[in-house]
Design a binder for this molecule. Structure first.
Ligand code: GLP
Length: 261
């Protein structure tokens, strides 16, 4: 796992955008795995800036989002499809038909899950998967104790996740209790993973993900198995790491070709 610690979330998001932009420049028809939540918002703003000011071209890019709430139609303001349209897609030159978010109101949800896996495979697999991290260590909506080899499926959200995300829904009761999410096995199949986690609320999850035992109790720890996983942190989320100085040392002594700048 490559651990990159930056001074603040802003610097971390700019670095994350740079990593994704490089993938798109090197492979114009790249397949991007995307995430929602507060964490990647600034990264998306930076991608929009790179598109507008530096001509970053998304016309051949395909995207697959990690997850969607069950029961929310795509035009619902809290749906992840709406989030992606508003915060990224409508600001860049992406072909909307190439953007994929699981359909939370599909008549047959199980078939929707299987079909999502097929669509990812048909696109040639994901080149880089962007991820956030739940306070309980979840990635996508893979909550603690779910199988580390799971595929896209319907998951029951934990109470902690409902509490963390309920703010935008007004109340816990108003929230969907289920979501379609790529499985951990699906995520691990991406050729690269890029996880961002910032702020003091993520300290324990980050600690377990990076340095703790590989365990279904912290789904993010599955990234320890990935051959090319990059974790971008800020000083606050990295505060609990025992080997923070080691990660900084490695970061400072990278060979030119290993740098993201
Ligand atoms: C949400 C999403 C995750 C996200 C995580 C953290 O529930 N399903 O994909 O990474 O929780 O959210 P935030 O970035 O808002 O802290």
């Amino acid at each position: 796992m490559e651990v990159l610690i930056r001074d603040n979330p802003d610097a971390g998001c700019i670095l994350g955008a740079k990593i994704i932009a490089r993938v798109v420049r090197e492979k114009p028809d790249a397949v991007l795995g995307l995430a929602t939540g507060r964490t990647p918002l600034r990264l998306y703003q930076e991608l929009i800036r790179l598109h507008r000011e530096e001509g970053l071209d998304f016309s051949k890019v395909t995207t697959f989002n990690l997850d969607e709430y069950v029961g929310l139609p795509p035009d619902h303001v809290q749906s992840y499809r709406y989030f992606m349209d508003e915060n990224l897609f409508r600001h860049i030159n992406i072909d909307r038909r190439r953007t994929h978010v699981p359909n939370g109101i599909a008549a047959d949800l199980h078939e929707e899950c299987r079909d999502y896996e097929r669509r990812i495979a048909d696109a040639g697999g994901i080149d880089i998967q962007l991820l956030g991290l739940g306070r309980n260590g979840h990635i996508g909506f893979n909550e603690p104790t779910g199988s580390l080899r799971s595929r896209t499926w319907i998951k029951i959200l934990s109470e902690q996740t409902l509490r963390d995300n309920s703010e935008v829904f007004g109340s816990l009761e108003a929230m969907p209790k289920h979501a379609i999410t790529m499985g951990i096995g699906t995520i691990l199949d991406a050729r690269r993973c890029l996880l961002l986690a910032f702020g003091p609320a993520k300290v324990r999850a980050v600690e377990h993900m990076v340095e703790g035992p590989l365990s279904a109790i912290c789904p993010g720890s599955a990234l320890q198995l990935h051959p090319r996983a990059t974790v971008v942190l800020d000083e606050n989320s990295a505060a609990g790491l025992r080997y923070a100085d080691h990660y900084r040392w490695i970061d400072r002594h990278k060979l030119d070709w290993q740098r993201h700048q």
